[in-house]
Design a protein around this ligand. Structure first.
Ligand code: ADP
Ligand code: MG
Length: 261
């Protein structure tokens, strides 16, 4: 019998505003459209992913921090969303989890344990996408420790490469100490303005400097993204045919190809 595989991806960049959360929501919705089962995990105490999928963190009694710090059964926290994906939501309490975990043995492994607990309970997802907070702290390291691969959303501006080096140093440490199997799947150009040669030059410089694959196609900058979170749905549902939605579907299809090899 074939054992179904789960691909766990961390979407990470310690810079805020580079479309980590937007990418998690949109790629998740696109994978669901392709018939895959998807779990999104909100690892940012700001809970933007949770909000953007139509759930008010203030209404939640249980959230991801109960799983990470109190050992709650992860299945008790998962909620279904209108986008056809499952979500492990966050609340502001997750900010305290970061501090609590700092003194705990095995803190790097808390998310890996969560993923393993789900598998042991026969709760299967084809994809688990981890929406990392804008820091290289405990939660991001724990996400990288749990992941098969990392995607780095990148806004192609002059100074954006400075953070990439630091992030790759962290990836290197994670590979040495907690997760040898972690692979960098590549940078995902976001908020991309292809009309400027500047964006293309920055992208080429970064991918050459750090020898990183570029995940195609780039996600164009479009006003439609500003409207989606307020609707509690991803852009794939609020603006089905916009060029942003089309680009995220193509990215998702490429990720599926990559996972299959
Ligand atoms: P992060 O999670 O990295 O902090 P977000 O996904 O929250 O970033 O995105 C930051 C802001 O940029 C949000 O207001 C979002 O709506 C907007 N945004 C994301 N992607 C695009 C895009 N392709 N075009 C225009 N705005 C975008
Ligand atoms: Mg975010």
């Amino acid at each position: 019998m074939m054992v179904p595989m789960t691909t766990t991806l961390a979407i990470a960049n310690q810079k805020g505003g580079v479309a980590k959360t937007t990418s998690v929501a949109s790629i998740g919705a696109a994978l669901a459209e392709l018939g895959h089962s998807v779990l999104l995990v909100d690892l940012d105490p700001q809970a933007c992913l949770t909000f953007s999928l139509g759930i008010d963190p203030e209404d939640l009694e249980l959230s991801v921090h109960h799983v990470l710090t109190k050992g709650l059964d992860p299945t008790e926290v998962i909620v279904e969303t209108d986008d056809g994906v499952s979500l492990m939501p966050a609340t502001i309490e997750l900010a305290r989890a970061e501090a609590d975990l700092l003194t705990r043995t095995g803190r790097e492994h808390v998310i890996r344990s969560l993923v393993e607990d789900l598998a042991e309970k026969d709760v299967h997802f084809d994809w688990i996408l981890l929406d990392c907070p804008p820091s290289l702290g405990v939660l991001t390291v724990a996400a990288l420790t749990a992941a098969d691969g990392v995607l780095i959303p990148l806004q192609c501006e002059t100074l954006s490469h400075r953070g990439v080096g630091q992030l790759l140093d962290t990836v290197h440490d994670v590979r040495r100490f907690t997760n040898r199997a972690l692979a960098v799947w590549g940078v995902l150009p976001t908020l991309y303005d292809g009309r400027t040669t500047h964006a293309r030059t920055v992208l080429e410089t970064i991918s050459e400097t750090y020898q990183l694959d570029v995940i195609e196609p780039p996600i164009p900058k479009t006003i439609k993204f500003a409207e989606a979170p307020a609707a509690g749905r991803s852009i794939l549902r609020t603006s089905r045919t916009s060029k942003g939605a089309v680009a995220y579907r193509a990215v998702a299809a490429n990720l599926v190809k990559r996972a299959a090899v």
